[in-house]
Design a protein around this ligand. Structure first.
Ligand code: COA
Length: 327
């Protein structure tokens, strides 16, 4: 029997508060029709009173309950977020404390919307290196904290939420078959959110401190990047695992825009039922979008043993990546 990385369980946690397209029309000059037509999004969830770490812990707890694995069995926790609550500690350490997963080493990984795919590859690599056998990946975002709700070009796209997955190094012929990751730092400005002000605090006066550090995006550039790199990543994981698209049961893309997903469907001749979409209900939750999809699919009985699935992410960095696994 071969050995490989299997997905054991998933969990997700989204805040209660809904921000509908109709509500956005009261904030900026937009319409329900425009947002649906250009993005496919109808509403998103907003973490009004919750931190990123709280969302992360909620998703992580559900993933562990689903796995029937005690937190003390975890060797590794990788958290992904573009919206951490603090520079230190990491979200992963907050989750480790919240779970009482004392044995796990824990760190955050920054790859924006490609976070889940990158983290899955990192976990698989640690497993292959013999440094861990049971790992939690948790992706959580409170993007509403960096969205400018006076900017109609970005505010309709993003939402808050968290998703998690438990992976295990196991005897199997299946599991993760191939991974691909890429980045193009030259296009960094196409999706940009500042962290600390670049001025030295010793030099700037108190009134120079701006609290308006909002996400800025060149939508067309990101669109072009994703419609080029997503097929490249899919082609590469197919090549790497010696499979063709006809052998794939599911494609789970990062949930950014229905038009980007339509491009993928047309390019590969995929049927709508093969491509999981929930962005109408959550918008773009960055790193959390793929694990939230996986969790919905598992809980709704859509993922069956033996199925092949491609996860494909893209976003800030700019970054992209894909994972091909057999359930
Ligand atoms: N409501 C109404 N009109 C809007 C609007 C909104 N929310 N946002 C932009 N517009 C307007 C623009 O101002 C522009 O008006 P103008 O022609 O008078 O200048 C017009 O709509 C067309 O804008 P454009 O930017 O060309 O639209 P688009 O078809 O490129 O769609 C995005 C914009 C953002 C939906 C699209 O570029 C996109 O999805 N990009 C990818 C973004 C993404 O996925 N980012 C995250 C990746 S992880």
């Amino acid at each position: 029997m071969a050995i490989g990385t299997i997905l054991v369980s998933t969990g997700s946690y989204v805040p209660e508060h809904r921000l509908t397209n109709q509500m956005l029309t009261e904030m900026v000059d937009t319409s329900d029709e425009w947002i649906i037509q250009r993005t496919g999004i109808r509403e998103r969830r907003i973490a009004v009173h919750q931190t990123t770490a709280e969302l992360a812990l909620g998703a992580a707890q559900r993933a562990l309950e689903d796995a029937d694995i005690a937190p003390q069995q975890l060797d590794l926790i990788v958290a992904c977020t573009a919206t951490p609550d603090s520079y230190t500690p990491s979200i992963a350490c907050r989750v480790q404390a919240g779970l009482q997963a004392e044995r796990a080493f824990a760190f955050d990984l920054s790859a924006a919307c490609s976070g889940f795919v990158y983290a899955t590859d990192v976990v698989d690599s640690y497993f292959r290196a013999g440094k861990a056998k049971t790992a939690l990946v948790v992706c959580a975002e409170t993007l509403s904290r960096i969205i400018d709700y006076t900017d109609r070009t970005t505010c309709c796209l993003f939402g808050d939420g968290a998703g998690a997955a438990v992976y295990r190094w196991s005897d199997t012929e299946d599991g993760i078959l191939h991974t691909v990751m890429g980045a193009d730092g030259k296009r960094a400005d196409a999706l940009f959110a500042e962290a600390l002000p670049s001025e030295n605090p010793l030099e700037r006066g108190a009134d120079a401190v701006s609290s308006e550090r909002f996400l800025k995006m060149d939508g067309k550039e990101v669109f072009r990047f994703s419609t080029r790199t997503v097929p490249e990543a899919i082609d590469q994981v197919l090549d790497g695992s010696g499979m063709t698209i006809d052998e794939i049961d599911w494609v789970v893309p990062h949930q950014a825009n229905l038009r980007i997903i339509d491009v993928i469907c047309r390019r590969y001749g995929l049927r709508k039922e093969q491509v999981y979409v929930n962005l109408d209900r959550y918008g773009n939750t960055s790193s959390a979008s793929i694990p939230i999809c996986l969790d919905e699919m598992r809980r709704n009985g859509l993922l069956q043993a033996g199925q092949t699935i491609i996860l494909v992410g893209f976003g800030g960095g700019l970054t992209y990546g894909a994972v091909l696994m057999r359930m």
